[in-house]
Design a protein around this ligand. Sequence first.
Ligand code: FAD
Ligand code: DLZ
Length: 510
Amino acid sequence: MANLILILGDQLSTDISALKGADPTNDLIVMAEVGDEASYTNHHKKKLVLLFSAMRHFADHLEREGWKVHYHEYHPDSSFKSLESVVAKQVHSFAPDRVITTECGEWRLHEQISNWPSRLGLPVDIRPDTRFIASKQEFADWASGRKQLRMEYFYREMRRKTGLLMTPEGAPEGGHWNFDADNRKKWSGKPGAPPPFRIEPDKTTQEVITLVDRHFSEHFGTTEDFHFAVTSQDARAALDHFIDFALPCFGDYQDAISDSEDWLFHSILSPYINCGLLDPLEVCEAAAQAWHSGQAPINAVEGFIRQIIGWREFVRGIYWLHMPDYAKENRLGNNRPLPWFYWTGDTRMRCMQKAIDATRRNAYAHHIQRLMVTGNFALLAGVRPEEICDWYLAVYADAYDWVELPNVLGMVMHADGGYLGSKPYAASGKYIQRMSDHCGNCHYKVKKATEEDACPFNALYWHFIDRHRDQFSGNPRMGMMYRNWDRQDPGRKEKIIARAETLLENIEQI
Ligand code: FAD
Ligand code: DLZ
């Protein structure tokens, strides 16, 4: 019996379920760089370099381990544009008994692969992706019968399941499940933030950079200064770098934003975890070990682990529970096109310009920039969810539909009616001033709301509150905002709304 085993670009692990029980002497592994996957969105050039180079290194590794690998390199003139066309050709030449693959992370591709048994005329074994802590069914069971889902309760289940930061008696280490209250410091430049882990491009990566520059020149971003790891060995070195140099301060400055520092104390591990170079549990265990050995404090380690076994698992569960309908949600009825400056960074708002510029250079922006800067602006301005989702899917090296969509459509845009988050993360300029040092360098004045040079976030915030009164005034977590708004002088309110409307009418000039 011979099998054809398909490994996708984000499944680069020898522990992937498609390889379980496989036979190197009989089976054929297929991996393919194809136009359809490289172009279904305007993927950042660095994301393309990361994936193609990591795929090539992984295929080489498998061959060195004795596997037969058919690897299809990208060429714009190739007649094999889709994964299906590559697999169909190998089915024809290799005549396997079946195709084996691990379930993919996107509804779009999942739909295509689900049709392969009839289209290819042989059995296709689609195995669960065991790299997640909760299976799709486990999440569905947990969610069943709950009207609103709250990450915190799901997270506690995951702590119990993994035993991470749990005492032998079954209590949370440190006496609390969550130390978020300690994790809201502004960063003043001290302690110094460590430089990100970097690996200089080897020959394979350099070839891929040349390929991407030549054939994907219209895509967003730049390949310049590519320094991501592209092998699991180097991704592990990136994990060690994070644990040694950044994790101790991760909690304290988790919500901080800096005018001068792109990476702060974040791990920059999501690109590796999401494409299979790092296992999420291995990452959490390394962090827990740093706490046990006294190398990092509990607020940092708990906060970090919560992001992975809490948020990451939670958004994936929501995605598979509600797709494909979830992607169509637009409960706030937004219909504004995405402003063009999301692609160029050409805006006088310092925080937006800095977040977009970092995104363009690095294919990375940290969570608070994604949530409270570019996300907050899209929410306040009422951008069409589909357009802002596509932007986030394109511009980050870690972006795949299963994780991007719930974060953007649910967490940022509140387009699912509050299913993922109990209240929208809407904020005025005051939040950005509190958590960053951008405002001192901005063309706009954060203390003003109605004047021509007033911070746009201020008037847009009140406009958002005012126009969504029906949806939010009954939300107990937003009552105070409505009381504050209603207390303001009617003349001032009128001016604020007028200023917001001028901004919205001239949004491309902000
Ligand atoms: P750290 O801050 O060091 O966090 C540690 C890890 O926790 C991350 O590597 C990631 O695996 C996980 N994590 C943290 N927050 C989340 C979250 N909300 N959802 C899922 N995992 C999380 N993450 C992606 O992996 N891909 C995306 O496409 C993506 N899009 C996002 C879009 C928006 C609008 C927002 C608000 C968040 C998005 N996130 C996404 C979550 C988060 O911003 C990134 O995981 C994080 O910034 C990655 O950088 P890091 O590895 O340095 O993370
Ligand atoms: C994101 C991506 C890109 C850019 N290119 C490829 C590719 O050429 N071949 C491949 O197998 N996968 C690629 N991917 C990842 C897929 O598009 C898809 O996002 C994931 O496999 C979903 O789990």
